[in-house]
Design a protein around this ligand. Structure first.
Ligand SMILES: Cc1cc2nc3c(=O)[nH]c(=O)nc-3n(C[C@H](O)[C@H](O)[C@H](O)COP(=O)(O)OP(=O)(O)OC[C@H]3O[C@@H](n4cnc5c(N)ncnc54)[C@H](O)[C@@H]3O)c2cc1C
Length: 465
C-alpha cells in the first residue's frame, strides 16, 4: 500500500466526505481491504476510493466526483460480477450495498427495490404476501447486476426473464441528472436498461411486477454419471414441451461432502436437475412420476419447499471469495452429438465446485419479441454456463483450461451469442454477439445518455458517433 501512487488529493477526499451520508473508505482507512473485495476471489484490485452510498444523493455525488476527477467508476450492487466489474485499480467504487430499502405494494402487485438489495432481501420482503419477482437461482446475487443483464431463474418459463417483469427504474445519469425510465417516460432508456447492463447510469431503485409464488415443489434430483446422456436427452425433450409451471435446470456436479448427502456419494460426479414446479401442489407428485422414471435417481430431494428456501438452497456451497471463472453460450437446440460432448466434459469436472448448468429460457421468455428489449435471443431455448470454481488459486490454470476446452467443443452448436451476465471480460466481439441487431440501438442510446462512456466498466456498449 505504501508504494502506491496517490490518485486523489487529500483535500478532494476530505471534501467528498462532507458530501456523503454513507461511508467513504480511502486506502489508509480501516476496513479498506475488506471493502475492496468482491465475490470472485480471483479479483484483487486496489481502488482509490470506495463510496458506500446510502441514497440517491450519495450516488449523484459519487458520479460527479468520479466524472470530474477522471476516475473509472466501478458500480457495485451485489458484487457477483464474474469479471469483477465492482472494483477497479485506482478507480472509484460506487458501492450501493447500504441501499436496502424495499416497499411491497400488494394491492398493485408491485415492489420497489433499492439498488443495493440482493435477491434474498426481495424474497424475504415479498414472501409473506405470497408473491415473488422472477430472479435467479441463488439468493446472494445482486438485484442490480442480474436485472440489468436480463435475469434467468426458476420462473423464466412461467413469468419470463427478470427484465420482462421490470416496470420502471430511477437512475442517476453520467451528468449527475436523476431520471425515471419506464414505458411512459424516457422510453428509450427503459428499453436499454432491460438487458443492456450498467451502461446507461446507476439505478438507485427498481420497480417490479410481482407474481403469485409461495410454496413450490422443487429441489435437486441426482442421477449417476452412467445415466447422464439419457437424463440430459430426456430433460431436453421434456423441458421444451412441459407446461410452463415446470422449470428445472440441468447440471453436472460433484456431490459435496456434507451431512445432507449419504457418505457413499460424497465427492462423486453426478448429473442433477434442480426443479421448481409452481402449479397445483395436489398434482405435483403426478408431474414428477415420469421424471423419476427417466432413470433410477441416486438421490431425490424434490418436494414441497417455500420459495425463499429453494432460492437459497445453494448459497452456502458457493460462499464469497472462491476463485471463479466462467463462460457461456445460448443454444436453440441440443443435438445428440452436443449431449455426448456435454457428458464427456461433465465427467471431467476439474474441481469439486466446478459445474456446468443448462437453464431453460423458453416459455414466457419467448413471448417477448427479439427487439422489444435488448435481449435478442428470444429464440434460444437453453442458456449454458460453464463454471470453474475452487478455493485454491493453484488450481486456476487447470480449471480455466477445462472451461475453455468445454466451451470450444460446444460453441459450434450454439446460436453464436451468450448471456452477458455469465461471461468474463471476453472482448467486444462477444458483447456485440450478445445483442445482435439490438447493439446498434443500444449504442445510439448510449451516445445520448453517456456520450463519453463514463460507465465503461461493464460488458461495454460503445457510444455511436
Ligand atoms: C453465485 C452466482 C449465481 C448467479 N446466478 C445467476 C442466476 O441464477 N441468474 C442470472 O441471471 N444470473 C446469475 N448470476 C450472474 C449475475 O446475474 C451477474 O454476476 C450479475 O452481474 C450480478 O449482479 P451483482 O449486482 O451481484 O453484481 P455486481 O458485481 O455488483 O455488479 C455487476 C455490474 O452490474 C452493474 N450494476 C450492478 N448494479 C447496478 C445498478 N444498481 N445500477 C447500474 N449498474 C449496476 C454494473 O455494471 C456492475 O459492474 C450469478 C452469479 C453468481 C456469482
Amino acid at each position: 500500500m505504501a508504494n502506491q501512487t496517490k490518485v486523489l488529493a487529500d483535500s478532494v477526499i476530505q471534501e467528498f466526505r462532507t458530501k456523503l451520508r454513507g461511508q467513504v473508505i480511502a486506502r489508509d482507512d480501516p476496513g479498506y481491504d475488506s471493502a475492496r473485495k468482491v465475490y470472485n476471489g480471483m479479483i484483487d484490485r486496489r481502488p482509490a476510493l470506495i463510496a458506500r452510498c446510502v441514497d440517491a444523493a450519495d450516488v449523484a455525488a459519487a458520479v460527479n466526483l468520479g466524472r470530474d476527477q477522471g476516475l473509472t467508476l466501478a458500480v457495485r450492487g451485489g458484487g457477483h460480477s464474474g469479471p469483477g466489474f465492482g472494483v477497479y485499480d485506482d478507480g472509484l467504487v460506487i458501492d450501493l450495498s447500504p441501499m436496502k430499502g424495499i416497499h411491497v405494494d400488494p394491492a398493485r402487485g408491485t415492489v420497489r427495490v433499492q439498488g443495493g438489495c440482493v435477491w434474498g432481501d426481495v424474497d424475504h420482503a415479498t414472501h409473506p404476501f405470497g408473491m415473488a419477482v422472477p430472479s435467479g437461482f441463488v439468493s446472494t446475487t445482486g438485484v442490480g447486476g442480474l436485472t440489468l443483464g436480463g435475469g434467468i431463474g426458476y420462473l423464466a418459463r412461467k413469468y419470463g426473464l427478470t427484465i420482462d417483469n421490470l416496470l420502471s427504474v430511477d437512475m442517476t445519469l453520467a451528468d449527475g441528472r436523476y431520471v425515471t425510465a419506464s414505458a411512459e417516460e424516457n422510453e428509450d432508456l427503459f428499453w436499454a436498461v432491460r438487458g443492456g447492463g450498467g451502461n446507461f447510469g446507476i439505478v438507485t431503485s427498481f420497480q417490479f411486477k410481482l407474481s403469485p409464488v409461495s410454496m413450490v415443489y422443487g429441489g435437486p434430483i441426482f442421477w449417476p454419471m452412467s445415466s447422464a446422456a439419457k437424463v440430459l436427452r430426456a430433460w431436453r425433450d421434456l423441458i421444451l414441451k412441459a407446461p410452463e409451471d415446470l422449470n428445472g435446470w440441468f447440471g453436472f456436479v460433484t456431490v459435496p461432502p456434507v451431512p445432507m448427502f449419504p457418505t457413499e456419494h460424497h465427492l462423486k460426479k453426478m448429473c442433477a436437475v434442480t426443479w421448481c414446479y409452481t402449479g397445483d401442489m395436489q398434482k405435483a407428485e403426478q408431474v414428477f412420476t415420469p421424471i423419476r422414471q427417466i432413470a433410477t435417481p441416486a438421490m431425490d430431494f424434490a418436494g414441497p419447499i417455500p420459495w425463499p428456501a429453494l432460492q437459497s438452497l445453494f448459497d452456502a456451497l458457493y460462499p464469497p471469495g472462491l476463485q471463479w471463472y466462467w463462460t457461456a453460450d445460448f443454444f436453440e437446440e441440443l443435438s445428440d452429438k452436443a449431449v455426448d460432448l456435454h457428458v464427456k466434459y461433465g465427467a471431467q469436472l476439474p474441481t469439486p465446485h466446478s459445474t456446468m448448468h443448462l437453464y431453460p429460457i423458453n416459455g414466457a421468455a419467448h413471448r417477448v419479441g427479439r427487439t422489444d428489449t435488448p435481449w435478442s435471443y428470444r429464440n434460444a431455448n437453453f442458456s449454458e454456463v460453464i463454471v470453474s470454481v475452487d478455493p485454491d488459486p493453484a488450481n486456476n490454470e487447470r480449471m480455466i483450461q477445462w472451461a475453455k476446452d468445454y466451451w470450444t467443443a460446444l460453441h459450434p452448436f450454439s446460436t453464436g451469442g451468450a448471456y452477458v451476465n455469465m461471461i468474463m471480460d471476453e472482448g467486444q466481439d462477444r458483447v456485440v454477439a450478445a445483442y445482435r441487431e439490438n447493439y446498434t440501438r443500444l449504442a445510439q442510446i448510449k451516445a445520448k445518455y453517456d456520450p463519453r462512456n463514463l460507465f465503461h466498466l461493464n460488458q461495454n456498449i460503445k457510444p455511436s458517433r
